[in-house]
Design a protein around this ligand. Structure first.
Ligand SMILES: Nc1ncnc2c1ncn2[C@@H]1O[C@H](COP(=O)(O)OP(=O)(O)O)[C@@H](O)[C@H]1O
Ligand SMILES: [Mg+2]
Length: 163
């Protein structure tokens, strides 16, 4: 897998032709290296691998329990790893419910310990943080493409090493 650099935004990296193990490896690497306060906004159709990626981020954070889909809870909080992981899925939420979630309390870190915030269906957010990693997933049979675009002052670990 060769990471493709976007000439328009050289910080944007596209990883293609990923099998499930490659997807998991990317997630583990992110979980292992991302700094506290990292916000990950995940976009991609149903089944594109968003939850799978977040589960691997949980592994990379050494969270002892399995990360599950938060479809029936608003936010799943995992506190047992290197950093807390806050996992949200906005898929089933109406816009007013999304607003009531006050997602900004997870990134201004006033009420919660700074950690990794992963938000599935982030296109439903009414507002975004200043700095975040946009993660766009596409699926083609069992192969996935993942595009990572840092926005604002987000520093992305090099994804082309340790592969
Ligand atoms: N290369 C791959 N990367 C990620 N998931 C894959 C891959 N190949 C097959 N899958 C399967 O696709 C499904 C993705 O589901 P999920 O991660 O829940 O997607 P989403 O959260 O985007 O709806 C899982 O059942 C996973 O095992
Ligand atoms: Mg999901």
């Amino acid at each position: 897998m060769t990471p493709l650099i976007d000439p328009v935004n050289p910080c944007s990296v596209t990883l293609s032709n990923l099998d499930i193990n490659a997807t998991r490896q990317i997630g583990r690497k992110l979980g292992h290296t991302l700094a506290a306060g990292s916000i990950l906004l995940l976009q991609g159709e149903l089944g594109s691998g968003k939850t799978t990626l977040v589960q691997a981020i949980g592994e990379g954070l050494n969270i002892p329990e399995a990360v599950d889909s938060p479809t029936f809870t608003l936010v799943n909080e995992y506190l047992g790893g290197r950093l807390p992981l806050y996992h949200m899925d906005l898929y089933r939420l109406q816009p007013d419910a999304v607003a009531q979630l006050y997602p900004d309390r997870y990134w201004d870190s006033l009420e919660v310990e700074p950690g990794i915030v992963a938000i599935e269906w982030a296109e439903r957010l009414p507002y975004r943080p200043a700095d975040y990693l946009m993660i766009q997933l596409h699926s083609d049979d069992n192969r996935r493409q993942i595009n990572l675009t840092p926005v604002g002052n987000f520093s992305l670990p090099a994804m082309d090493r340790e592969r």
